[in-house]
Design a protein. Structure first.
Length: 174
């Protein structure tokens, strides 16, 4: 029990982790850091020392904290308005990611949102801008809006892994 408690404390004090990705889909923890910038600096050194190895920076949040955080967000964010927004724009899934799920979320922080669309949604770039503005009006903050497809196809595998690995589903079309 204390081992689990110690891991939770370590994850909350040093949430940024560098992992080495192995071919068999396993990962080995290389180091833990308080700040992402520290992890990025160490990652650059590792990539120079071991150029053929694959590493990733992972933000680890206690699952217990996420379980309590998402219900809090659901009471703070206007669920019915977001559901109506998703239905109007043919959004299949609406995810939250980034600082909104972490302890460093502040009153002036933006909200990072990732969406996937239903197959019959014909939206382009101009519609994404309209969606972003409408969503900012609904939540009363700046919003960074990305599509799940763009993240899945991103060549930046570290960003892709971080977003897809930490995103939390907020709405799914019924």
């Amino acid at each position: 029990m204390s081992h689990i408690h110690n891991n939770a404390i370590r994850a909350s004090l040093f949430p940024w982790t560098i992992v080495r990705l192995l071919p068999n889909l396993q990962r080995i923890t290389v180091g833990r850091f308080r700040r992402r910038s520290d992890a990025e600096g160490h990652l650059q050194v590792l990539q120079r020392l071991i150029p053929l190895a694959r590493f990733a920076i992972v933000f680890e949040v206690e699952s217990e904290r996420l379980t309590t955080l998402i219900p809090q967000l659901q009471t703070q964010l206007p669920q019915q308005q977001i559901a109506a927004f998703c239905q109007r724009w043919k959004i299949q899934e609406f995810y939250l990611f980034g600082s909104v799920l972490r302890q460093d979320f502040r009153p002036d922080s933006d909200i990072d949102v990732m969406v996937s669309f239903q197959a019959n949604a014909p939206w382009g770039l101009l519609e994404l801008v309209r969606m972003k503005r409408e969503l900012e009006t609904i939540v009363g903050r700046e919003v960074d809006l990305v599509t799940k497809q763009s993240i899945e196809q991103s060549e930046n595998w570290i960003r892709r892994q971080e977003i897809l690995g930490t995103a939390q589903l907020f709405y799914v079309a019924g």
